[in-house]
Design a binder for this molecule. Sequence first.
Ligand code: GLN
Length: 487
Amino acid sequence: MTKIHDISASVCLEKMRSQEIAVEEVVHSIFSKIEEIEDKIRGYVPGSLYKDIALKKAKELDKKIKKDGKLGSLCGLPIAIKDCINVTGTRTTCGSHMLENYTSPYDATVIRKLKAAEAIIIGKTNMDEFAMGTSTENSYFGPTRNPWDLERVPGGSSGGSGAVVAAREAMFALGSDTGGSVRCPASYCGIVGLKTTYGLVSRYGLVSYACSLEQIAPLTRTVKDCALLLNVITGYDPLDSTTLNRAVPNYLDALETDLKGVKIGLPNQYFSEGIDKTVKTRILKAVEKLEELGAKFDTFDFEHVDHSLPCYYIIAMSEASSNLARYDGMRYGLRVEDDGEWNEIYSKNRQIGFGPEVRRRIMLGTYALSSGYYDAYYLKALKVRTLLKNDFLRAFKDFDVIIGPTMPDVAFKFGELSDPLSMYLMDIYTVPINLVGLPAISIPCGFKNELPIGMQIIGRFFEEQTILNVAHAYEQNTQFHEMKPPT
Ligand code: GLN
């Protein structure tokens, strides 16, 4: 018999509403899975699971359902939250020693919305320190493991969220995507991850890594679940001046599978050197499937996309160096040193509080922003960013969606990419989307040696619905989303 934790969030929601199952049973089922395998996966930050609070909430909701009260749109669904999103009364560590003992005094806007929709927050998930990484190996709390193969990384930086959703330790999760951090774990863990158009989801309460690039984003087991969650978290927020005040559709109601007339563009640069052969074959097979379903495709060339990695890393590190300046042990963060001049105290706290990758990025970012180098690096990167945007705008004159791989290959082994540069190279297909601010989804589309492969579908600004529909059509006609990791 299918266990409750194995059914998707949307199916579970229907069953709770019709009182076929109780919210309390759902929470118990998820926690029984957590108790069974969390030791192996380590997707949650140690000490950041909230079973008692979740069960109490479940009981309240069960009473409400019985009374036939007005129910929230996510009523009773257990959700995991990446540990860089503030939830009142919980620790928000950002995977860092620097914030190990920081307790959030307020809710991020997305959390306020989740609570209003009656989702049940069950825990905070592990991540690369301050969201810097592609493997979750950079967490102060140690790495999370990929449920498909415990010797491999779950992807990053939202690796905890990706792993717990794939391993049935949560119905769905939130992550954040600055340069691919939701799409990468979705790809490596065989689930769905959507990075929205910049400005669609409020960043208020998200601990910043690189503000001009990032969005809080859903990780789910199906496209339908993604639409369900998206309906709740999107929208204008007076507390985040970068959110846009525009009407958003009901993504779930508007889901459809008819692809007639949809034009797909395949950028040659996304299928040339660097991509693994099996990954390439699987993506092209998926495109054929979409063609069978009514879409048409053609190839095209990007002019500047080859420059996106250096452009991304200069901008992301520059913004990070500025955003992380506040953690000095006096204003924010760990304080280990009280003796000496203020700058000696700052240095000591930052040296001990931050891990090596974060320190490297702060130094490189500070360098790129320093006078004398600003024009050569940061300003140049901003110009390249505009060129990239023009590349995509040109492509979207001919195509409705652009399709390519999410990652060049399947999940790698722990320690395999110990050189930071080779890890940065893994982000080649995801970072252009953040630089331009476009929406993109990653969905499972096959396997290589029993490890999931992700396909990336990129859309025009604010056309989340189009990419959701293409993804949904594909999912409805394939079985990859039904495959379960061996753990
Ligand atoms: N891997 C990229 C980086 O290290 C993306 C991280 C992210 O999206 N948070 O910056």
